[in-house]
Design a protein around this ligand. Structure first.
Ligand code: GLV
Ligand code: MN
Ligand code: MN
Length: 419
């Protein structure tokens, strides 16, 4: 049966196995489980290797073909009856150190459930459909994030990414090699890849859906971001015997810089400014700090404002360095993204077929869909997220909303794979 014929008779949405989807969510949450119910699963670490092995086993059990690449992106392929560019759906399975069990993982498992539903409906799609788990979305171990999806989209090369180190000095290349070595006979593909379209389901990480009482969001786009690493160098000296005039205190300089940049970002009230990483050396109570190292994360939907900040931030840091030296590196710059109109309409149609209310939502968080939107029609659906809480162990999404997203994906992927 062709996909068109099958869609007329069997909506794959009806074949989503809700119980299996939810049981898998529980199973993956065990890899990197925190005592408080959250998940700590850094990219390319032991817990992610174990979670990946489960995904591969589940995919194989359903007759899907696993594949990977030099950056350890993972694909589970349902072949089509033509060897054309695949329709992709998925997200990531790495987490923040204080992560919950839904961010990323829910999008991979909903895509897997959707592809299995298409099989269960007896549909052999024209195009292949692939479930994907992108490597390192979160940027907590290796920075910047979205490494796997950016390489797939050809925005960066593997050669640029593989030498990047984590805090322990381990390179992406070394960590990815360990992941690939642990794989059980998973074939390697070249980078960059090709995709006909990409759809990502994700928890909203905000409160728009919850406040509207709507179970599904069709995402309009993602706000832009710039990210920096700043190193301030002063000089270590005795806390009691060094006069104020003689000090080169890196921490004091960093504090002035952070306050000045925070002030700068107030120009537009909706600019979000975060210093989430801060280290000081030697970090001894009676020694004047010799070095401060911190991150800057800026989010803003208006690209003109983001660009102005991009010019002003290095100048502001330098102007507040005092007697210290400052070195600033912009590690990520992604302008705002608008998702594909046609694909958004397909998602709305799929929701309407299920009589599920859906509304537009703009994403304040970054996602791998941002990378794919540069190379193929891309869209996202959002699942309501309790209190908007995310990157926190208490992150929560309702089972019925997760299952609805998988159903909407099933109809959508079947349609896309027929085009
Ligand atoms: C993704 O996790 C982000 O920080 O937006
Ligand atoms: Mn995520
Ligand atoms: Mn996240």
């Amino acid at each position: 049966m062709t996909a068109a014929a099958a869609l007329a008779t069997a909506d794959p949405a009806a074949h989503v196995d809700a119980g299996r989807l939810l049981a898998r969510l529980d199973a993956l949450a065990r890899h990197g489980a925190r005592a408080d119910g959250g998940v700590d699963r850094p990219a390319l670490g032991e817990a992610e290797i174990a979670a990946r092995a489960e995904l591969v086993a589940w995919g194989r059990a359903s007759g899907l073909e696993p594949a990977t690449d030099a950056l350890a992106n993972l694909f589970l392929r349902l072949p089509g009856h033509t060897d054309t560019a695949p329709v992709l759906a998925g997200s990531h399975i790495d987490s923040q150190p204080t992560g919950g069990r839904f961010d990323g993982t829910v999008g991979v498992l909903a895509a897997l459930a959707a592809v299995e539903a298409i099989q269960a409906a007896g549909i052999v799609p024209k195009r292949p459909i692939e479930v994907v788990a992108w490597m390192n979305e979160e940027a907590c171990r290796f920075a910047p994030g979205m490494m796997g999806s950016e390489a797939f989209a050809g925005l960066k090369t593997a050669d640029e990414i593989l030498p990047i180190t984590d805090a322990a000095g381990i390179t992406v290349g070394e960590a990815a090699a360990a992941v690939l070595a642990a794989d059980d006979d998973v074939p390697l593909r070249p980078l960059p890849g090709t995709a006909h379209a990409f759809v990502e389901a994700h928890i909203e990480q905000g409160t728009v859906l919850e406040q509207a009482g709507v179970p599904l969001g069709v995402v309009t786009g993602i706000q832009g971001t710039r990210r920096y690493r700043v190193r301030v160098t002063g000089e270590a000296a005795h806390a009691g015997t060094t006069a104020r005039a003689d000090r080169r205190d890196a921490l004091m300089a960093a504090m002035r810089m952070i306050a000045a940049v925070e002030d700068l970002t107030r120009e537009a009230a909706d600019t979000l400014f975060t210093v989430g990483l801060f280290e000081v050396k030697p970090n001894a109570p009676s020694v004047i700090p010799a070095e401060a190292f911190f991150s800057i994360d800026i989010r803003q939907a208006d690209d003109a404002v983001l660009d102005r900040l991009g010019t002003a931030i290095p100048e502001t840091l330098a102007a507040n360095a005092g007697p210290c030296a400052v070195e600033v590196r912009q590690i990520a710059h992604a302008p705002s993204v608008a998702f594909d109109e046609g694909l958004r309409r397909t998602l709305y149609d799929a929701a309407a077929n299920l009589a599920a209310p859906a509304i537009d939502v703009f994403s304040a968080a970054g996602h791998d869909a941002r990378s794919l939107a540069r190379v193929c029609p891309t869209a996202m659906v959002f699942i309501p997220c309790r209190g908007g809480v995310s990157h926190h162990p208490s992150e929560h999404a309702e089972a019925e909303h997760i299952v609805l997203a998988a159903r909407v994906l099933a109809t959508t992927l079947a349609r896309l794979a027929d085009g």
